[in-house]
Design a binder for this molecule. Structure first.
Ligand SMILES: Cc1cc2nc3c(=O)[nH]c(=O)nc-3n(C[C@H](O)[C@H](O)[C@H](O)COP(=O)(O)OP(=O)(O)OC[C@H]3O[C@@H](n4cnc5c(N)ncnc54)[C@H](O)[C@@H]3O)c2cc1C
Length: 534
């Protein structure tokens, strides 16, 4: 008797990891490391073969590439004049670590101590620090070059504005300015697909399936038993002997949970999904950093804008990159960064800022279009926002993006912190070391001066910093989606391990903390297996 199509495709693994992003690649590598467990890694996107994934400056071309990017957007934001916020996310091996800006920042130790104080025992700084260290032994870095004229002038200007030089932005967490560190090795982006997954792929106990969209998790007798995914039109089913681990990211993980009937029962019934676990907190607690760019026309042709419009320079730099993996293409040009407090009484910085050696005239379908003159930007980012949003599915169609709302700039504090940040950027730009390189402030421009004008500018121009987290919150209360071992509340055999579990957003770019979470979770999962739990 011929088996039906679904049965033919069914295979069984110890672990199934859904999503090969920042976290998923770490899990697949660590869980398969001992050779004792079979692991299936299922990824919606393709192999990471595109040239621009690997060339550091190429990230500008990945910002809106539908082949490897989910290209979502939010609902109209009520406090941003009804604008929708574009939400790119990687849909490729490496996930968002294959398309992101490569800045490596752990976050503030106090962030993790706050997680612990909120009930997340085992997640304080002393607990997580060893996992950052473990990850860093595996990830690779390049330190930003701050010797250039613009970067060194910006550093001196920040120092003159009262922000002391910090030789290690991942070390002492205090207001200051310094050089960023990037996930770049020998001139190549070092995503978790390169750092973790690539070396693990030769293992016979690890199977990686790409171009496979997971539609739902199946359950039987109170536990997650398998996943259903589509490759093209063909439906496949894989079963998990031990655990399924959702690492589909801040939008993908809650979406798959809700598609599987795990979420607020009333909300699910309204769209025709039969509830399996009534967990109203799924998709809530969405948090993000918010930022804007102050752009300056530069007096000297020393910016990426100049490089971008010079065909001979592009040719020279292209050859240099091909021959030596160095030069302009080998950097993201986000060299200078730092932290500040918008109010002196704060116990930790709430503003991060970046200096980028370009200014953007417009964003097009193929990336960012720089101004046709020399320019650079100073960008304040609010890293400790009040705003809370949500992500929920609106239909049973797995190909449809979920509905995302952030509520940026809803609270007075969120607005005030950004006003402080913008004024700080102007103070830095006005210092004697940087002033000679500033021909004029293009954006917002000198006519935007009072607090009211700055707020108007922010509501019309501020954007997501693309660091969304928190939608499958870890915790001990009723508002938690997963417990302190990242196991789903109310169903056995299922964990969520990615940026979505953060109870509160960290004060820095979110990739590093996500990798730490995956390292720590891998240890938890393997220890549970050693104890005979499944
Ligand atoms: C443009 C951009 C720039 C950024 N720059 C920086 C930076 O410089 N530094 C930094 O620290 N952070 C940066 N971030 C944020 C950071 O990259 C993310 O926080 C981090 O990568 C999130 O990791 P994750 O594992 O949670 O999710 P992801 O890395 O997004 O992984 C989720 C994976 O799951 C897959 N998936 C989703 N749904 C399904 C499904 N149904 N079936 C199968 N697979 C599925 C996705 O395709 C993806 O591969 C940036 C983000 C963006 C968008």
């Amino acid at each position: 008797m011929p088996k039906n199509r679904a049965e033919q495709a069914t295979e069984t693994y110890d672990y199934i990891v859904v999503g090969a992003g920042s976290a998923g690649c770490v899990l697949a590598a660590r869980l398969s490391e001992t050779g004792r467990h079979s692991v299936l890694l299922v990824e919606a996107g393709p192999e990471d073969r595109q040239l621009w994934v690997h060339v550091p400056l190429g990230y500008a071309y990945l910002f809106a590439d539908p082949r490897i990017n989910w290209m979502m957007e939010s609902e109209p934001e009520p406090h941003l004049n009804g604008r929708r916020m574009y939400q790119p996310r990687g849909k490729v091996l490496g996930g968002t670590s294959s398309i992101n800006g490569m800045v490596y920042i752990r976050g503030n130790p106090a962030d993790f101590d706050e997680w612990k104080a909120q009930g997340c025992a085992g997640w304080g700084w002393e607990d997580v620090q060893p996992y950052f260290a473990k990850a860093e032994a595996n990830l690779s870095f390049t330190d930003a070059d701050i010797s250039g004229e613009l970067a060194s002038a910006a550093i001196r200007a920040a120092e003159a504005s009262g922000l002391p030089f910090n030789p290690d932005l991942n070390g002492e967490a205090r207001p200051g300015v310094g050089a960023y560190r990037f996930n770049v090795l020998n001139g190549r982006r070092w995503s978790t697909a390169r750092a973790y997954l690539a070396p693990a792929r030769k293992r016979s106990n690890l199977k990686v399936v790409t171009n496979a969209l997971v539609e739902r998790i199946e359950t039987s007798t109170g536990r997650a038993s398998g996943v259903v995914y589509k490759r093209g039109d063909a439906e496949h089913r894989a079963l998990a002997r031990r655990e399924i681990i959702l690492s589909s990211g801040v939008f993908g993980s809650p979406k798959i949970l809700e598609m599987s009937g795990i979420g607020g029962a009333q909300r699910l019934r309204a769209i025709g999904v039969e509830p399996v676990v009534d967990l109203g907190s799924v998709g809530e607690n969405l948090q993000d950093h918010f930022y804007t760019q102050l752009m300056f026309r530069c007096t000297k042709p020393i910016t990426i804008n100049d490089f971008a419009r010079s065909a001979p320079q592009k040719l020279i730099e292209g050859i240099r990159y091909l021959l030596f993996r160095s030069g302009k293409l080998a950097s993201n040009h986000i060299n200078v960064g730092g932290f500040a407090k918008s109010r002196p009484e704060l116990t930790k910085p709430d503003i991060q800022f970046n200096m980028t050696s370009w200014s953007v005239a417009e964003r097009t379908a193929t990336g960012a279009k720089p101004h046709p003159f020399s320019g650079f930007s100073l960008s304040p980012v609010h890293i400790n926002p009040d705003a809370r949003g949500s992500v929920h599915i609106g239909s049973q169609d797995a190909r449809k993006a979920p509905s995302i709302s952030f509520n940026y700039l809803k609270s007075d504090y969120d607005v005030d912190a950004m006003i402080y940040g913008m004024r700080l950027m102007r103070t830095i730009a006005g210092q004697p070391s940087l002033r000679p390189l500033v021909a004029e402030e293009i954006k917002p421009g000198p006519s935007v001066e009072t607090d009211e004008e700055l707020v108007q500018f922010l509501r019309a121009n501020g954007v997501s910093n693309l660091h969304a987290v928190g939608t499958c919150r870890m915790g001990i209360g009723e508002d938690a989606v997963v417990d302190l071992e990242l196991r789903l509340r109310g169903l056995k055999g299922l964990r969520v391990v990615d940026a979505s579990i953060m109870p509160r957003i960290v004060g820095g770019n979110t990739h590093a903390a996500t990798v730490m979470i995956a390292e720590k979770a891998s240890d938890m999962i393997l220890r549970a297996a050693d104890r005979g739990e499944s």
